[in-house]
Design a protein around this ligand. Structure first.
Ligand code: SAM
Length: 251
């Protein structure tokens, strides 16, 4: 499995249907301001959403006054983010096509106070060297004391207990069913089935919680903290999603 597979899986048709899957209003309600609270605690103003998808977080945060740059490796996603921002009359600082492994070639060092990589995105990288390269590039474009926030499905639960989901937090849109069709230690394949009969697939690497924490620490992030379904105290055997936060040290 290679890290480029995401380029083929996010077809224009799937991108056009992404907003139906995520359900903007329900998702904002379920997050309950978690990301804004984190950004404010760390005095973050310049924010980059590097897995912008169709722009849900980028647009919501720009609308609240943060200076937001949106990027994604898939051009159709960046185009859709810009279209959504225009329709909602929200101004983004910048929007770029950028693969995470080359983030520091697209953006200057110390450009951002916070980097967001949300919605089970980082799990698209299949090669460990690619994960390390991406985390180093993320660290490079963060300002000292800046934070990286990465979230993904609770793969420990999926691998150890099998899949179930409360469908409370992330994919709260209607008219689409999401479920894994293949679960292996090194690959999980999700099917997204829409009510008109069309189906799409995403092939993902199951990141375990301890592995991801170690990877962040090895890449030079400090105070790496895990949250579960947006709560600091959580039962790892129960939550659907994990949010990982790491800080770039001052020196
Ligand atoms: N954050 C959005 C959300 O929560 O709705 C989108 C999440 S979607 C599951 C993952 C996004 O990561 C896709 O838009 C995909 O194009 C992007 N992506 C995957 N691998 C990438 C890479 N190596 N570099 C940049 N973007 C990547």
């Amino acid at each position: 499995m290679e890290s480029e597979i995401y380029q083929r899986e996010y077809t224009r048709d799937f991108v056009a249907r992404w907003d139906k899957l995520i359900g903007w209003q329900g998702r904002a309600r379920s997050e309950g301001g978690f990301f804004e609270d984190l950004l404010n605690q760390h005095n973050c103003r310049r924010v980059a959403d590097i897995a912008t998808g169709t722009g849900f977080h980028a647009i919501m945060l720009a609308d609240q006054g943060y200076e937001v740059t949106a990027s994604d490796g898939v051009k159709a996603m960046v185009d859709k983010t810009q279209e959504n921002a225009r329709q909602m009359n929200v101004g983004l600082k910048d929007a770029q096509v950028a693969d995470w492994r080359e983030l520091d070639k697209v953006f200057a060092p110390n450009s951002f106070d916070a980097i967001l990589c949300l919605g089970n995105a980082f799990t698209h990288l299949f090669d460990e060297d690619d994960r390390k390269t991406a985390l180093t590039a993320i660290r490079n474009v963060l300002a000292p004391n800046g934070i990286a926030i990465i979230d993904h499905r609770n793969y420990d639960k999926i691998l150890d207990q099998g899949y179930d989901s409360k469908h409370q937090y992330y994919y709260v849109g209607s008219g689409v069913e999401v479920r894994p069709v293949n679960i292996q230690d090194d690959m999980v394949r999700f099917k997204y089935e829409y009510e008109d009969g069309n189906s799409f697939y995403l092939t993902l690497f199951p990141l375990r919680q301890n592995y991801m924490t170690n990877l962040m620490e090895e890449a030079g992030f400090a105070s790496v903290t895990n949250y579960g379904d947006f709560r600091k105290r959580f039962d790892p055997a129960d939550v659907d999603f994990l949010q990982v936060v790491g800080r770039k040290p001052r020196h």
